[in-house]
Design a protein around this ligand. Structure first.
Ligand code: RUB
Length: 357
C-alpha cells in the first residue's frame, strides 16, 4: 500500500480534499452524509465495507465513486493476495452498488483488465494502475477547470446544482467546482448560487461547505427558486457536473438538473455541464438508454430519520434526471468545451483521445 499512501501524503500537502485515501496501511473514507457538521473518517479493510459506503452515500459523486473502483479493486487484490477470481468478484460487487455514474464501471473494468502475470505481481500492478487513475483524474480536474474558467466572466453569478466538487471527485474541485474554483483563483469576482438539492441536500451541506473553504462568495437557494432567480436576471451561467453523458450529448445528472436546464433555456441563460472524457459513454446512444437509479422512498419522506410526511405517504426518488442535448450550451471537458452538434463533435474528440475509446 506504500505507493498509495505516499500519493495521499503528497496530495494532502497540496491541501486537496480527498474523499478516499490510504493512511497507516488502511483505506480511509470521509463520511459525506455527516458533513458539514461532523468530519467522521472510517477505515475499511474489506471491499464489502466500501460497497456499503457507496450504497449508503457515505462516499458519493461520480468522480469519487470512480476512484472507489480503483481503490476497491486494489484492496481486493491486497486482501486475497492477488487471487484473480476474488478481484473480479470484488469488481462486480462494486459495479452493482450504483448504476448511473459510468466512471465506476469504467474504472473497475480498467483495473480488472490491467493485471496479468503471477499473483504476487498482480498486487503491485494494480497499485500502480490505481495511482495512475487517481493522478489522471486529478489532472482532468485542473485542465477542465482551466477550460471552463475561460467561459466565466468577471462579475458572473453562476448557479450549480447538487455537489460536483472536490469531495465528489479527486480533491481539487471535481467538475463544476473545478471550473468555479479556477475562475476564483484567476481573480475573477464571482458569486455562486448553490441549489439545496432535495432530498439528500448535497448542495446545502457539501457545496456550501466547500465554497466556504475555498473563500468563494455564495448564496444558498432551494431547488424550486432557480426559475425565479433566472427570471430576475440574477444568474449569468449554470454549471453542473455529470454522472454520465451519452454519445449524443444528453446528460444524466442529479435530479433537478433538467428543470434548471429548461428554466435556463427559457431565460437565455447559458447552461454548461462540466465533466471529463471518462464520463462520456459512447456505448449509450442517447439519454433514453441511461439507467436512472431509483432510491428508497424513505429518503424523501424523512430527513435524517425524522418524518416530514404523514405515515404511509407514497414517495418517489429517481436519483438523477436526463437533460436532452438541445438544452446544453456546452460540455466542458479536459479536452476543451464541446458544443453542438454534440454527436459529431463528441465523436471527433473521441478519435483524438485514448481515454475516450
Ligand atoms: C452525484 C452528484 C451529482 C453531481 C455530479 O450524485 O453529486 O449528480 O452533480 O457531479 P450523488 P460530478 O450525490 O447521488 O452521488 O460530475 O462532479 O460527479
Amino acid at each position: 500500500m506504500q505507493r498509495l499512501e505516499t500519493l495521499a501524503k503528497r496530495l494532502k500537502e497540496k491541501e486537496l480534499a480527498l474523499p478516499i485515501w490510504v493512511e497507516d496501511g488502511k483505506l480511509k473514507v470521509i463520511d459525506q452524509t455527516k458533513l458539514p457538521f461532523d468530519e467522521i473518517i472510517y477505515s475499511f479493510s474489506e471491499v464489502k465495507q466500501l460497497a456499503d459506503a457507496i450504497r449508503s452515500m457515505m462516499i458519493r459523486g461520480s468522480g469519487a465513486i470512480g476512484l472507489c473502483g480503483a481503490y476497491g479493486v486494489y484492496l481486493a487484490a491486497y486482501q486475497s493476495k492477488g487471487d484473480p477470481e476474488s478481484i473480479k468478484k470484488a469488481g462486480e460487487l462494486l459495479k452493482s452498488t450504483r448504476p448511473t455514474a459510468v466512471n465506476l464501471m469504467k474504472t473497475v473494468d480498467e483495473m480488472v483488465a490491467s493485471f496479468k502475470g503471477s499473483e504476487e505481481d498482480v498486487i503491485a500492478q494494480l497499485e500502480e494502475k490505481a495511482v495512475e487513475i487517481i493522478e489522471r483524474q486529478l489532472q482532468f480536474e485542473y485542465q477542465l477547470g482551466e477550460n471552463g474558467a475561460a467561459l466565466i466572466e468577471d462579475g458572473d453569478t453562476i448557479m450549480t446544482h447538487c455537489h460536483s466538487g472536490a469531495l465528489g471527485g479527486a480533491g481539487y474541485g471535481g467538475r463544476a467546482l473545478s471550473v468555479i474554483r479556477t475562475a476564483h483563483e484567476q481573480g475573477k469576482k464571482i458569486h455562486v448560487f448553490t441549489c439545496e438539492t432535495r432530498p439528500y441536500l448535497q448542495g446545502s451541506r457539501i457545496t456550501a461547505y466547500e465554497l466556504k473553504k475555498f473563500g468563494i462568495p455564495h448564496t444558498l437557494i432551494t431547488d424550486n427558486m432557480s426559475g425565479f432567480c433566472m427570471s430576475k436576471r440574477m444568474i449569468d451561467k449554470v454549471v453542473v457536473g455529470s454522472d454520465r453523458v451519452s454519445a449524443n450529448g444528453d446528460l444524466a445528472n442529479k435530479v433537478g438538473t433538467y428543470m434548471h436546464a429548461l428554466a435556463a433555456k427559457a431565460h437565455g441563460v447559458p447552461f454548461f455541464t462540466a465533466t471529463s472524457s471518462h464520463t462520456i459513454d459512447f456505448d449509450t446512444t442517447s439519454g433514453k438508454a441511461i439507467e436512472v437509479e431509483m432510491r428508497d422512498s424513505s429518503e424523501v419522506t424523512q430527513i435524517k430519520g425524522v418524518p416530514i410526511a404523514p405515515e404511509g405517504t407514497k414517495a418517489l426518488y429517481p436519483s438523477f434526471d436526463i437533460t436532452p442535448n438541445h438544452l446544453i450550451t456546452g460540455i466542458i471537458t479536459e479536452k476543451g468545451v464541446i458544443q453542438a452538434p454534440f454527436e459529431t463533435n463528441l465523436r471527433s474528440v473521441r478519435e483524438k483521445v485514448d481515454i475516450l475509446q
